[in-house]
Write a protein that binds this ligand. Structure first.
Ligand code: CTP
Ligand SMILES: C[C@](O)(CO)[C@H](O)COP(=O)(O)O
Length: 226
């Protein structure tokens, strides 16, 4: 069975505020994208990698990663995933992985691919929510406390049966309502496909804010010192 990994890396990184697309920000001597690509490759369970990057960086990234397919991303994350999916070679399993989850451990890729190969059409790593979760109205007044027991904060890589994910994106392209999904599991859930959650990993956290970048930098330095 073959596996392709798609890495959307075309986001603007507004919450990080580094003045350049987040995947190209330095993280302990290499870009976030470099760490993400090397992490996927080191897992040993991926046969091909497809990156979607800002259109003006396509040539630069192609010369940097000669062994991967590089395409231009789009305005939303789902547009960048669709572009990568369209350029991907045929495979049995597709992983969709954020460049922003640059420290994801190799074991998580292995576990997600194994669960898809075992027959689950869609597999997502997730962690229990540790904070108390409140709902609020637009004025900032609490309207309720949510039962966190059944909640999971989901991560990437998210793994899918390739034919199913391609069909889900094709159906989205033809749908009239223009629905937006913040992850690929959301898209397939909306089409009635069962999505299986497996245990996530704290190291697969998404580098979103300056604090996250500081943490990731410290973790990489500690890893190098060990
Ligand atoms: N149009 C977009 C938006 C996001 N992404 C990618 O999707 C992943 C998750 O997105 P996020 O962490 O939210 O990154 P940004 O969209 O860059 O961040 P922000 O929302 O702060 O601008 C990242 O690897 C990002 O590069 C993408 O490829 N194309
Ligand atoms: C795909 C994702 O990382 C899963 O948690 C997340 O949904 C991306 O969301 P963002 O709003 O693009 O950061």
């Amino acid at each position: 069975m073959s596996t392709v990994a798609l890495i959307p890396a075309a986001g603007r990184g507004e919450r990080l505020g580094a003045g350049l697309p987040k995947a190209f920000v330095d993280l302990a001597g290499h870009s976030m994208l470099h760490h993400a690509v090397r992490g996927v490759q080191a897992s040993g369970v991926v046969d091909a990698v497809v990156l979607s990057v800002p259109i003006d960086l396509v040539d630069q990234v192609r010369s940097q990663f000669s062994e991967v397919i590089v395409v231009a991303g789009g305005a939303e994350r789902s547009d960048s995933v669709r572009a990568a999916l369209s350029a991907a070679p045929p495979s049995d399993v597709v992983l969709v992985h954020d460049a922003a989850r640059a420290l994801t451990p190799q074991t998580l890729f292995v576990d997600v691919v194994a669960a898809v190969m075992a027959g689950a059409p869609a597999v997502v790593p997730g962690l229990p929510v540790v904070d108390t979760i409140k709902s609020v109205d637009p004025a900032g007044t609490v309207t309720g406390t949510v039962d966190r027991g059944p909640l999971r904060a989901v991560q990437t890589p998210q793994g899918f049966d390739s034919a199913m994910l391609s069909a889900a994106y094709a159906a989205l392209a033809h749908s009239a309502d223009g629905a937006q999904f913040t992850d690929d599991a959301g898209l397939v859930e909306a089409q009635g496909i069962p999505v299986r959650i497996i245990p996530g990993d704290p190291m697969a956290f998404k580098i979103t804010t300056p604090w996250d970048l500081q943490l990731a930098t410290w973790l990489l330095h500690e890893r190098t010192r060990a």
